[in-house]
Ligand binder design. Structure first.
Ligand SMILES: [Zn+2]
Length: 151
């Protein structure tokens, strides 16, 4: 282990022991930080190599988790944005679509199987969160795909 030829290629990541008599330090295993490395070794033993392998797998898993979390956050934010858009603009959208079709609130209500009072409340913004089935029926009554009510 102490042969100078073996020490020529020690990895930079290693930790050097205090200087010895000949002025050169041996490089310690970066995993256990106990046993010295030999030659081009990057870990002192199969056990340390296995430990490093596990560490790298853990790191990779943490990186993937972080990525998934970021994606989930983005998806969550778009859901929030869509919901807010729906709440803020549904009344305007419904009123505009109904005007474009030349329909009365009563006609829309009848087609969508809701009350005229309900349509009126949606259009004045007093009701903001129709259920999805109601939303679908309203869209059908207005002759548009349901996505148009969400835009
Ligand atoms: Zn080791």
């Amino acid at each position: 282990m102490g042969h100078p030829a073996n020490r020529a290629e020690v990895p930079a990541a290693g930790v050097r022991t205090p200087l010895r008599g000949n002025g050169e330090g041996a490089t310690l295993c970066p995993i256990c930080r106990e046993r010295p490395l030999r030659g081009a070794q990057t870990a002192c033993s199969p056990r340390c190599r296995a430990r490093r392998h596990r560490q790298r797998q853990d790191e990779a898993r943490r990186a993937r988790d972080a990525e998934v979390r970021a994606l989930l956050l983005t998806a969550q934010e778009s859901i929030e944005a869509a919901r807010r858009r729906l709440e803020d603009w549904l009344n305007v959208t419904i009123k505009a679509l109904r005007a474009r079709k030349g329909m009365t609130q009563e006609q829309v209500a009848k087609k969508a199987k809701v009350t005229k009072f309900y349509v009126s409340q949606l259009e004045t913004g007093l009701r903001k969160n129709p259920s999805l089935p109601v939303l679908r029926r309203l869209a059908k009554a207005l002759g548009v795909p349901v996505t148009e009510l969400l835009e």
